[in-house]
Design a protein around this ligand. Structure first.
Ligand code: ADE
Length: 230
């Protein structure tokens, strides 16, 4: 997958793709990453990317020209999926991550300032929000999206298919334990030491359901609904 990120703060974004699983995914050529400072595509000698809003009001608005020029430079024919990060976008979740992961080329615009010139929206395919809170810019949200997508690409994780994550089935994960067997009086559940894989599987499934029901009744209802309709 090719990932292009349009940002005014490339130094904030770059290190994310140099470490851990994303770093390895890049080194192993599962992804190629382009990080573009769209200030370089501004149209005036001051290299301005924002301006005051027509009609007055506080804050600055991101101008349309640098964004559209940058888009054309990295995706002349508009073959990539263009994603705009904004708190006004579609709520992000695992299902959307799986859909995005099917694309060969994505471009993500990280906004800044009070807002986008509305005309910018016409040049994008999808708008995504990572949650109902407002951040200072789209960089952290863009990285959240990249992380969630890249780990789904075939071959990136060594483990069994990430599609089998409990979250992909719409449930929260079961509890995990590692050594020591007892810590400050808290023991690892006996069943995990039993070696009985069928029983362990059943226990994990049960814990995953219990945990989802307790912590995320909304997900639990959705899960039951989905099962009923199968
Ligand atoms: N930019 C600022 N806040 C955001 C959010 N919650 N999601 C996506 N982009 C954003």
């Amino acid at each position: 997958m090719k990932i292009d990120i349009l940002t005014l703060f490339p130094d904030m974004v770059r290190p994310f793709f140099e470490h851990s699983i994303l770093g390895r995914a890049k080194r192993d050529n599962h992804i190629t990453v382009g990080i573009h400072d769209f200030r370089e595509y501004s149209v005036d000698k001051h290299q301005s990317v924002d301006d005051t809003p027509y009609g007055g009001g506080a804050g600055m608005v991101l101008r349309v020209e640098p964004v559209v020029n940058a888009l054309r430079a990295v995706d002349e024919e508009h073959t990539a999926l263009r994603i705009l990060m904004t708190p006004q976008g579609l709520p992000y979740n695992q299902e959307r991550a799986a859909t995005l992961a099917k694309n060969k080329h994505i471009i993500i615009l990280c906004g800044h300032y009070e807002g986008y010139d509305e005309r910018i929206r016409d040049y994008f395919d999808v708008e995504i929000s990572i949650g109902d809170y407002v951040l200072t810019g789209g960089e952290a949200p863009a990285l959240v999206v990249c992380d969630s997508i890249v780990r789904l690409l075939p071959g990136v994780l060594n483990e069994a298919s990430p599609e089998e994550d409990s979250f992909s089935r719409g449930l929260l994960e079961y509890p995990h334990y590692t050594r020591p067997r007892v810590f400050e009086g808290r023991a690892v559940p006996e069943i995990l030491l039993s070696g009985d894989h069928a029983k362990i599987e059943a226990w994990r499934r049960e814990e995953s359901l219990k945990r989802t029901k307790k912590r995320r009744p909304d997900l639990y209802r959705k899960y039951l609904e989905k099962r009923k309709n199968r």
